[in-house]
Structure formats: C-alpha cells, structure tokens
Design a protein around this ligand. Structure first.
Ligand code: SF4
Length: 313
C-alpha cells in the first residue's frame, strides 16, 4: 500500500474536480486496484478535522508513513515571506507543505499553480505566489532547484489549468506500481508533455493551408488571429480528449497554453500578438523566414474544399 495525502494551498479546486473525470484509470481505481490508500483529501475525506490534524502530526513525527504528497495550488508566501495570507489554525500552509514534503517519498504538484505559480502568481501577484520548485520558468520556488524527495525525485509537475485527468491518475498509478518516471526540463512527466496540443486538433488542415478564423464560432484555425497556443504547448488535450469527447479547440476555444510555466501570459488570451501580419510567437522549433514562405505558398494552394468549409460555417 502507498499512502497519499492531498493538500490544497492557493487553489480553486479545479484539479480535484478534473481528477474525478479520469477513466483510465479512474481516481477510485487508484484505491481499489493500484494499492493506494487515501489518507486525506480536503473535499473527499469525511473524517472530522481532528483526524486531519492528527495525520499532520503523525506524518511530521514519522509515526505515519507518507508515500505520495499531492499539492494543489500556488504557494502563497505573503506577507513578507511568512505565508500567513494562507493559514490553517494559525500555521502558514506554506510551512505545512514544507513539513509534509520532507516526509514524502514523492511530491506531486497537481496543476500549473503548484508547479509554477499559475493564475495566482500572475502580475501584480499581491500574495507573492510561487510554485513548489519553480517560480514561473525560473527554477526554485518553495524548494530550491536541487531539492529532492525521499525517493530522490524533484517535485513532479503535472502542469495544466486544470491538469489533465489522465496525466494525474496515470502518474499516480506509475508511482504506485514503482515504474520509472521520465521527466522533462520542467520536471513534467515526458509521457504527457512531449507532444503539442496542435497534434490531433481537428483544425489542423486549416492550419496547414493557413485558413484562419478571424472571429470565434468558425471551423478554421485559431492560431493567426485568435490567440491559439496549440502549436507552442505541450499537452495531450487533443490526443486524449477530456471526458473522452472534447478539447478546448474542438469546442471552438483557443488553447491558452495552460501547461506552460508562463501561463497565464499577460495578454489578451483571445488575440494573437503580431508584428505586422506575422504572429510574434511561432510554432515550437519553426524558423520565422521559412515559416512565412511556406505559409504564403500553402495559402495559395488551399483547396476549395478547405476554403469552402470555412465559408460554410
Ligand atoms: S486551432 Fe490551435 S491547435 Fe488547432 S490547428 Fe489551429 S493552431 Fe493548432
């Protein structure tokens, strides 16, 4: 049995809600089939808070083993580094997180807030929010870059706002089964962060031919005008659909790039920043000069079928 304690810090609860929709495996299957014992979850545990408080003490003293600590939410460090803007029974949650993490074999940041600071760390950031081991893209958050858990792992960042349900449950299942976890340079499990949202998007053919929507509600690509970050964002949203049926771009909303450490970017999320006609930020790994030459050719070659589809909407 692997024990799991879920702590919420500066959070909206979105990751807890998202994990309930996981199917492969489901959140329940982690406990029924993968050998995880849930010590505490703030929304799902029904024991009195006295038991929660006892658990905190037992884990801190070593009387209760803690295998997996999941933290959901930004780490609030204000005012003046005390963390007391987010306190529990007079104790900064920042300190509770630190105490529990020192006892855990694995620490898993659920969502972009816990990973990098996220929404709460957006400017002007009055609560001085940071992530567990990153402050946006800069290594070092509540813990320094070289901090390691008892299993000799950095904080495992399941980025996303909210995190993808299967990125969460499959990572927990892998830990429970003792499988090796390969992480990327942002300490995100590579299995869920090595492909782009762009891959699998139903608007891809429009993107290839540079047939672009200028307002929401169409079927064409959202990259050039409507702020889509799909070609720059590593996530499985279009290859492992949410609730098995949908994704942002399939629902007509641009990808906001929520798995990136820079999320939310300080800009209109529904608009593409450009220099002249050219997006400021191009797809990952693409050279500007070649990209525009290719796009101009592709636009000219767009088959009537693709153009017509757009006009059909
Ligand atoms: S809408 Fe976004 S993810 Fe879809 S094809 Fe266009 S750029 Fe790619």
């Amino acid at each position: 049995m692997k024990t799991l304690f879920w702590l919420q810090t500066g959070a909206c609860g979105g990751d807890s809600l998202a994990i309930l929709s996981a199917e492969a495996p489901s959140f329940e299957q982690l406990f029924s089939s993968y050998g995880i014992e849930l010590l505490w979850h703030p929304s799902l545990s029904h024991a009195p808070m006295k038991r929660h408080d006892e658990l905190l003490e037992e884990i801190a003293s070593g009387a209760q083993k803690l295998d997996i600590l999941c933290i959901e939410g930004s780490i609030i460090t204000a005012p003046r580094g005390t963390g007391l803007f987010d306190s529990y029974r007079g104790r900064a949650r920042m300190e509770i997180a630190r105490t529990l993490a020192e006892r855990a074999d694995y620490v898993v940041a659920m969502g972009t807030c816990a990973s990098f600071g996220g929404v709460h760390a957006a400017g002007p950031n009055p609560s001085d929010c940071i992530g567990l081991q990153f402050d946006h893209e800069t290594p070092g958050g509540l813990f320094p870059p070289d901090w390691r858990s008892r299993a000799d792992m950095p904080v495992i960042n399941i980025a996303g706002c909210p995190a993808h349900p299967h990125a969460m449950t499959q990572t927990l299942a892998a830990i429970a089964k003792g499988m090796p976890l390969r992480l990327d340079s942002l300490n995100r499990p590579s299995a869920f962060f090595s492909t782009l949202v762009h891959q699998g998007c139903t608007r891809n053919e429009y993107h290839e031919y540079d047939v672009e929507d200028v307002e929401l509600g169409g079927r064409a690509c959202l990259f050039f005008n409507l702020g889509c970050q799909g070609p720059l964002t590593q996530a499985v949203c279009n290859s492992d659909l949410w609730n098995g049926v949908n994704s942002k771009t399939r629902a007509g909303v641009p990808c906001f790039g929520c798995t990136a450490p820079t999320f939310p970017r300080e800009a209109d999320l529904f608009a593409t920043a450009k220099i002249g006609d050219i997006p400021l930020r191009l797809p990952v790994g693409v050279e500007r000069a070649r990209y525009m030459a290719y796009k101009n050719l592709a636009r000219a070659a767009a088959p009537a079928r693709v153009q017509a589809k757009k006009m059909d909407v």
